[in-house]
Design a protein around this ligand. Sequence first.
Ligand code: ATP
Ligand code: MG
Length: 461
Amino acid sequence: MIKKFIRKILGVKEDGRDPTQPVILGFDEHKIDPRNVSRNAITVTQTLQEAGFQAFVVGGAVRDLLLGVKPKDFDIATDATPEQVKRLFRRAFIIGRRFQIVHVMFGQDLLEVTTFRGNGSDNAPKDEHGRVLRDNNFGPQHEDAARRDFTINAMYYDPATQTVLDYHGGIEDIRAKTLRIIGMPEARYREDPVRMLRVVRFAAKLGFTIEPTTRAPIPVMAPLIDNVPAARVFDEMLKLLLSGHALACLKELRSAGLHHGLLPLLDVVLEQPIGMKFVTLALESTDGRVKAGKGVSPGFLFASLLWHQVLEKWNAYRAAGEAPIPALHLAADDVLETQTENLALQRRIATDMRDIWAMQPRFERRTGKAPYKLLEHPRFRAGYDFLLLRCESGELPGEIGEWWTAFYAAEGGEREALLAAANARPRGGEAGAPAKRKRPPRRGPRRSGGEGPAAAQGGEE
Ligand code: ATP
Ligand code: MG
């Protein structure tokens, strides 16, 4: 115990390693397939190295390479300053305030080049809760490593020599499938509460276990996320929901004690047994699309997550005597207003959500020209996908979804026949859905701009 304490004071690691000296792994140990390293990442490290600087692939890309996965993007770390980096590339831009970084562009491909951060953050400006507001202190590589969040995210790969530099036992944690924060967990979460969301996302995405001391403070420290600017929390939530493992992430958030009181959206989603089936289906379908490399629209996703809240309010307004369509808009206003405040939902996303919700009652009008008009709605495909989710979750009879699938695919006269068949069928059997109890009035729902190609969940199938 005393030995451990002395080691801590001296900054010597428990395994006796000097934290300023990395373990250097050769190809035989890391087995990174060079074909998984992007051409542009190699160009950037090479250019920097030829100019006399150190340069490595770093962070998530090294983690993914070690796991045998082709990284989706490459971050580069260097001892060159942002200005020195910028001068070496034709299309390079210094961005950021909190952390200055350089964006190096090759056509559509963007690489982030970061200068090694030093541990001068004790003097960095902080808010009253200890959150670091800005940090542009540069320093040596070992300090940069210590500033990173998790051991598995703090390794450096040099494509030229094919070596991996590991300061914090990241390679062992990769092998043991463990997520371990670097340093004292409480202090690291205080500096940046978003790390609590990151650990959950990585655990779910990689199927790793959160090491107990990394996990323990999270439920207690969760409220600190309230002090993080809403836009940053929203970005992280979006990453989480679009990770291809959204369902697993939400379960993990709940089990880590992160879902309560801090993200209003999650409270709504996770605490509602009736909505759970719908949300589960929506997230399963989103995860499926992400894994298949198809696009997902955030508007569709958030419209699904909040649908049951809209339904509840819609019913309440109708019970209070509002006509169905205005009641739906009032419900949408209420839900969007609360969520925009808390989640910084961008206007464009909110517009998509409203369009998707507003279309729903129109799917139940299968007479005259109404279905033809609906087909022409610029967001038809998204509204239709949403309708299918409602059917699948049992909120609406499956027959409505099947009918629309047929009507959508049909041509010319077939559509007339389908319409005739729908109208010949005895009405009823469609109870249970609020939209069905009363037929909506003739007036179509208010459209709120946001036109564009029918993007569906994400476009083409
Ligand atoms: P992803 O696969 O989601 O891109 P990533 O690990 O690459 O995962 P990024 O947000 O791209 O995540 O960050 C790149 C690297 O920067 C991380 O691997 C980590 O080393 C460091 N980093 C990012 N965010 C933080 C943070 N909040 N605190 C400390 N280090 C961070
Ligand atoms: Mg990354």
